[in-house]
Design a protein around this ligand. Structure first.
Ligand SMILES: Nc1ncnc2c1ncn2[C@@H]1O[C@H](COP(=O)(O)OP(=O)(O)OP(=O)(O)O)[C@@H](O)[C@H]1O
Length: 357
């Protein structure tokens, strides 16, 4: 639906020039909840602003169902934005705020009233319709900002870290709420965040960005279970990195030898080395502890850290380096292991991911 084709943005000129986006390519599908995820300064807001029309790209094209978006002024685009600061009018009521854009467009009074009513219901704010927005909570203001952006029924809604001002509990609730709004309205949502959990829980697909480039695009599961490179594996969740030797590779299947001498089957990201030294990434909860001699990587337990929902076991590997195994706690399982014990780390075939870099 939205096609971003080799979009580059250079801010400034000469020695001051800074490449905030570097030939970014991505296609966003209709009705998709699509998230741009990356650390501060990676260019995600700039990419969103290019789509909104607030930033002109230095090079590249942006089309919406084949139509050139770049030749349209921001207000002419079938796109609306929800910002981090909601920018509501404090002296107006909830209903007036939601209807404001529609009135500015000169829509008939009946239509405005009907749409505002629908939007109030959609964000579950009907009861507070006549309250001023200065007299409602942060979470409620967020809902009003969403309703106001959805009211003109844009084809695409751009959301720039809209939940970052909310406290933890409210943010969790709003994550579900946003997902519901997206599926009920069928509007394509493009969501910017640096919060990996937010991205994983809400998105149909995620584009992980770093230094002005998209490093990987995939479903939350793809990205989490099969990170293609070290940056992605490191940025999202916790990961163990193991040095290994790539023995053979056929499409996504690789045979590797670990530093302990054990050989295992792993998955391989597209591209990357065909043989020689590689890095294997393994999530802590995808591995387990075994008695010494029965696992792949022998070592000594150095720390056992209880986290309530799970326990982390830190293993100093005999072959060098440290490996963390995470195990879900259950009320009937008392953890008998103690630091100093000899153990081995084990993990199944195709659990390890051979990284591209
Ligand atoms: N108008 C501008 N002039 C110069 N540099 C800019 C301008 N806007 C953004 N940048 C730079 O471009 C880079 C990308 O900025 P951008 O706002 O897109 O990052 P971001 O990934 O959204 O980060 P954050 O999560 O902190 O908002 C940053 O290094 C930023 O300093």
């Amino acid at each position: 639906m939205i096609e971003i084709d080799r979009v580059t943005k250079v801010f400034g000129a000469g020695a001051e020039a800074f490449r905030a986006l570097d030939a970014v390519n991505v296609t966003i599908r209709q009705n998709e909840f699509f998230t741009l995820l990356g650390p501060s300064g990676c260019g995600k807001t700039t990419l969103l602003r290019v789509m909104a029309g607030f930033v002109d790209p230095t090079e590249g094209a942006v089309t919406l169902e084949g139509d050139d978006l770049l030749r349209l002024a921001p207000y002419e685009r079938p796109v609306n934005t929800v910002f981090q600061s909601y920018a509501l009018f404090p002296h107006m009521t909830v209903a007036e705020n939601i209807g404001f854009g529609l009135e500015m467009q000169g829509r008939p009074r009946d239509e405005v009233r009907r749409t505002v009513g629908e939007m109030l219901e959609l964000v579950r704010m009907s009861e507070l319709a006549d309250r001023r927005t200065s007299e409602i909570s942060g979470g409620q203001q967020q809902r009003v900002a969403l309703a106001r952006a959805l009211a003109p029924r844009p084809r695409v809604l751009l959301l720039d870290e809209p939940l970052s001002a909310l406290d933890f509990k409210l943010r969790k609730d709003m994550q579900l709420e946003l997902k519901r709004l997206q599926s009920e309205t069928g509007i394509t949502f493009i969501f910017v965040t640096h919060d990996q959990e937010e991205a994983l829980t809400m998105s149909d697909r995620i584009a992980v960005m770093n230094e002005g480039a998209i490093r990987q695009i995939g479903s939350p599961r793809d990205i989490y279970d099969h990170p293609a490179e070290r940056f992605v594996a490191d940025f999202i969740g916790d990961t163990n990195f193991l040095e290994a030797e790539l023995l053979s590779k056929e499409e996504a299947r690789a045979e590797v030898r670990l530093a302990s001498g054990a050989a295992v089957t792993a998955r391989a990201a597209e591209g990357g080395a065909e043989a020689g030294a590689v890095t294997l990434a393994i999530r802590p909860e995808h591995a387990d502890l075994a008695p010494e001699g029965e696992g792949l990587l022998p070592g000594r337990l150095s720390d056992v850290v209880y986290f309530g929902t799970d326990t982390h076991f830190h293993v100093d590997l005999d072959a060098g380096g440290r490996f963390v195994v995470r195990r879900q706690n259950t009320p009937d399982r008392a953890e008998a292991r103690a630091p100093g014990e000899r153990v081995a780390v084990r993990f199944g075939a195709r659990v390890g991911q051979v990284l591209r870099d």
